[in-house]
Design a protein around this ligand. Structure first.
Ligand code: IPD
Ligand code: CA
Ligand code: CA
Length: 286
């Protein structure tokens, strides 16, 4: 049985999702309009965040918040805060691509203790609580049991205009191409982590994510028996510069593979200094 905390998170996610589903229908119509759906989507995103804040505040008035659109709010209870992405997969939403989610994490004394990632179009509620396990709706989840890299399907995120991390991404994707069964980029980091927890992906890595992208997903993967660290192997932090999640058997080899790719490419770039990308995050500085 989900705890009272999970029930609160689920109810808030479902309420905000009703608005998102309605707005997604409208976005599909707006694709062909002259103005396009951009402003409408920004408003949909904010509306979802307002609903989540109102619902979570009603149930737990003393907790603080870290929300993508409205930032940090300290609560009376300084030990607990909700970390919320009201719409993860905004580019998909904007383009009418049906793959996006609401992500709500609960942090207690600096550690993630509960997470809900809700994908409204398939009505998939991924939830987990520290020490309780990870579930998809009422079904217990477990990470995949694949042990060979050559069988593994990994997810990632690709940086785009205005984002740092191209060098790190290209170096790591190259080695993943050479060693795995395939790579996916579906466009929602929260769902990428949920899919690792569900055993759909064998692993996931990305650079430069924000706390609200990963807060809930970290709990999902851990409670499903997987491992989540940064690329150097330190336990994942919500504000880390990199994240590597995978099933328990593949986590170490996947992380090593990505790291080797990065180091090899650094070696190449050192020999070709002018090609070195300056904006890439310094992964080793973590
Ligand atoms: C984005 C998604 C995407 C990831 C980006 C994030 P948003 O979040 O999680 O998968 O690659 O880096 O910013 O902007 O859709 O909330
Ligand atoms: Ca996001
Ligand atoms: Ca977002």
């Amino acid at each position: 049985m989900p705890s009272a905390t999970i029930n609160v998170m689920e109810a808030a996610a479902r309420k905000a999702a009703r608005g998102l589903i309605r707005d997604f229908g409208e976005v599909e119509n707006l694709q062909v309009s002259r103005k396009g759906p951009a402003d409408f989507v920004t408003e949909a995103d904010r509306r979802a965040e307002r609903i989540l804040r109102a619902e979570l505040t009603k149930a737990r008035p003393e907790f603080g918040f870290l929300m993508e659109e409205s930032g940090a709010t300290e609560g009376e209870d300084t030990r607990r805060r909700w970390i919320v992405d009201p719409l993860d997969g905004t580019t998909n939403f904007l383009h009418g691509i049906p793959h996006f989610a609401i992500s709500i994490g609960l942090e207690e004394d600096g550690a993630m203790v509960a997470g809900v990632v809700y994908e409204p179009l398939r009505d998939e509620l991924f939830w987990a609580e520290k020490g309780v396990g990870c579930y998809l709706n009422r079904r217990r989840l477990r990470v995949s049991s694949r042990r060979r890299m050559s069988d593994a399907v990994l997810a990632t995120g690709i940086p785009f205009k205005g984002r740092a991390g191209k060098h790190a991404f290209l170096a790591t994707v190259e080695t993943a191409i050479d060693n795995t069964a395939g790579i996916r980029r579906l466009g929602s980091a929260a769902l990428d982590l949920a899919y690792v927890a569900a055993g759909r992906y064998d692993g996931f890595w990305e650079f430069g994510l924000s706390p609200w992208d990963v807060a809930a997903g970290i709990v999902l993967v851990r409670e499903a028996g997987g491992f989540v660290t940064d690329i150097s192997g330190r336990p994942a932090a919500i504000d880390g510069a990199s994240i590597v999640a995978a099933n328990d058997r593949l986590h170490a080899p996947v992380r090593q593979m990505l790291r080797d790719g990065l180091e090899e490419s650094d070696g190449d770039n050192a020999r070709k200094p002018r090609l070195r990308e300056t904006a890439a995050p310094d992964i080793r500085a973590q």
